[in-house]
Design a protein around this ligand. Structure first.
Ligand code: COD
Ligand code: ATP
Length: 201
């Protein structure tokens, strides 16, 4: 990677509009690495994490038909059990790191690359990026309303996920750039363009 490539981290609590903003960056020609998508690939049939995760937690975490990791079964074991989650992370995070290095090399001549990392602050990834953008509606009511519109989402599920995330106000206070998503999509896009020109200058 050339020294001038800026690594921008993109994060935000559930339903704040992070995926929408990531799509805006892509639309503007910026390469975006999606940490969740990397993990999906690692867990796919023949994915690089399948063998090690099955060894750690047993073949019960596999989808019998495809041989992929069954996220619901794995989640049932690790979510809420800190020691098991840490064990899982110790297997998965080095593989994510490897994918990140490959991504960085593939975009060595770009001015800016974006790392979309939902748990950037929770997992202390600040040091791996040059600046952090936090996507936020600024209020919980808008966030809650947007999340509850999703299929399969319940008030209880939302509360459980929100309780495990660092509060939005804290993320905004730490951010280098806050991207407001309580406004129109056009205004949010204008802010994304502004941030890009700021980091390029
Ligand atoms: C536990 C897994 C299988 C659950 O997958 P599933 O598709 O069912 O749900 P999802 O990914 O949306 O996560 C559900 C909830 O768990 C939380 N969660 C996920 N990973 C972690 C983690 N490493 N530490 C704490 N909470 C986590 C999420 O914030 C979310 O609230 C999956 O999240 C996983 O493998 N996590 C470990 C890998 C990881 O750290 N991924 C983050 C990107 S590097
Ligand atoms: N100004 C705006 N900026 C971004 N999203 C907006 C805006 N106005 C309305 N929305 C809507 O809010 C929703 C945000 O959902 P999105 O999937 O982007 O959130 P997310 O933060 O990625 O959620 P998760 O982290 O759970 O995946 C979308 O339906 C989007 O169209």
């Amino acid at each position: 990677m050339s020294r001038s490539t800026t690594r921008l981290g993109l994060t935000g609590s559930i339903g704040m509009g992070k995926s929408t903003v990531a799509a805006m960056f892509r639309d503007l020609g910026v390469a975006v690495m999606d940490a969740d998508a990397v993990v999906y690939d690692l867990y796919a049939p023949d994915g690089a994490a399948v063998a090690v995760v099955a060894e750690m937690f047993g073949d019960g975490v596999l989808d019998a038909a495809t041989g992929a990791i069954d996220r619901a079964k794995l989640g049932a074991i690790v979510i809420g059990d800190d020691a098991k989650m840490r064990a899982l992370e110790s297997a998965v995070h080095p593989l994510v790191e490897r994918a990140r290095e490959a991504f960085v090399e593939a975009h060595a001549n770009d001015d800016v690359v974006v790392f979309d990392i939902p748990l950037l602050y929770e997992k202390e990834y600040e040091a791996s990026v040059d600046a952090v953008c936090v996507v936020s509606t600024g209020d919980e009511a808008t966030q809650r309303a947007r999340v509850l519109k999703r299929d399969g989402m319940t008030e209880e599920k939302f509360n459980g996920i929100a309780a495990r995330q660092i509060p939005d106000a804290e993320k905004r206070a730490k951010a280098d750039y806050v991207i407001d998503t309580s406004c129109s999509l056009a205004q949010t896009r204008a802010r994304v363009e502004e941030i890009l020109s700021l980091v390029k200058s």
